[in-house]
Write a protein that binds this ligand. Structure first.
Ligand code: NAP
Length: 285
């Protein structure tokens, strides 16, 4: 008998592609729809997709993550990050489907000096952070059983565009790499994030959950740790203050996350070691 599927939106992005891999490894029945196949901000398209596929759950990996571009084009950002998740939550409520959607550390203002927990007050500094906070509120209002996962600074060997992959590539090519030394984050190894988020979804968890690897560091420290573990020269990292990058969007100086539910993911070092192992296996294949 065919099982009811999970429907994945934004399937061609970084999170979406990683989600497809993890679901495949776990033998989950997943229908993956990229942006071209489903616009989450189009209510008629959502209704059609949910009627057609009859999913028991929807995983929303769609979003607009161009943090700096969002300052100049807020409407585009709010459409993908706020309107889309709200419409998805409404559609899931109407069709009796569960929803897993993703938010981030940029909902916080960085004034705290200890890691942010789920119930700490959120005060975003940027359009992007605001769009994600509004989405969280709208989703949980429309569908209180929804699972809203806040995470931060994704990395994995499954894509070349993330910070860790780029640091390693630069060092191997003998290039210098510039990274902020005054923004503290909780980096997240994508396979760990997705395995834990799927466990929570399958267990029927709801509400806001912070899922990141254990530990926090600045971007410059993350770069140096990745290079150290890879046996590469840490001197290729040039540490700079965030102000030197001239980013239009304000970032919190401190946005480390921890969960009131406990330590759900392994350590950052474990994630980095597995990233490096994945790279080695990929190169050998
Ligand atoms: N990257 C991180 O470090 C990070 C950290 C914390 C949370 N998150 C969250 O994780 C989610 C995914 O991020 P990501 O890094 O995977 O971003 P990504 O690589 O840019 O992927 C996002 C995908 O969403 C698609 N999309 C945009 N608007 C859409 C719409 N209206 N309907 C359907 N699909 C749409 C994009 O398609 P197009 O390219 O065609 O627009 C793209 O394929 C976002 O919600 C983000 O806020 C990311």
């Amino acid at each position: 008998m065919e099982t009811q599927p999970i429907l994945l939106t934004g399937a061609a992005g970084t999170l979406g592609r990683a989600c497809q891999r993890v679901a495949y490894i776990r033998g989950l029945h997943l229908i993956a729809l990229p942006h071209a196949a489903l616009d989450i901000a189009d209510p008629a398209a959502l209704t059609h997709a949910l009627r057609h596929y009859q999913p028991w759950a929807v995983i929303n990996a769609a979003g607009c993550v161009r943090i700096d571009a969002a300052e100049a084009n807020a409407a585009h950002c709010y459409r993908a990050n706020t309107l889309g998740p709200r419409l998805l939550a409404e559609a899931c409520a109407a069709h009796g489907a569960q929803l897993l959607t993703f938010s981030c550390d940029l909902v916080f203002d960085g004034q705290q000096t200890r890691p942010y927990h789920e119930r700490d007050a959120a005060r975003p500094l940027s359009v992007y952070g605001h769009s994600k906070l509004l989405a969280e509120e709208a989703v949980l209002e429309c569908l209180p059983s929804a699972l809203v996962v806040r995470s931060s600074a994704f990395f994995s060997a499954w894509d070349d565009g993330n910070f860790v992959s780029q640091v390693l590539a630069a060092a191997r090519q003998g290039r210098r790499f510039t990274a902020a030394h005054d923004l503290t984050i909780s980096p997240t190894y994508l396979p760990d994030l997705l395995n834990t988020a799927l466990d929570l979804l399958l267990d029927g968890a709801s509400g806001r959950w912070h899922l990141t690897n254990q530990g926090s560091c600045t971007w410059a420290e993350l770069a140096r740790q990745a290079l150290r573990l890879a046996g590469l020269d840490e001197a290729s990292v040039q540490a700079r203050p965030a102000a030197a990058f001239g980013w239009p969007a304000r970032r919190p100086a401190y946005s480390a996350l921890a969960s009131e539910h406990g330590a759900l993911l392994p350590s950052l070092e474990s994630g980095l070691r597995r990233h490096l192992l994945d790279e080695q296996i990929g190169r050998a294949a």
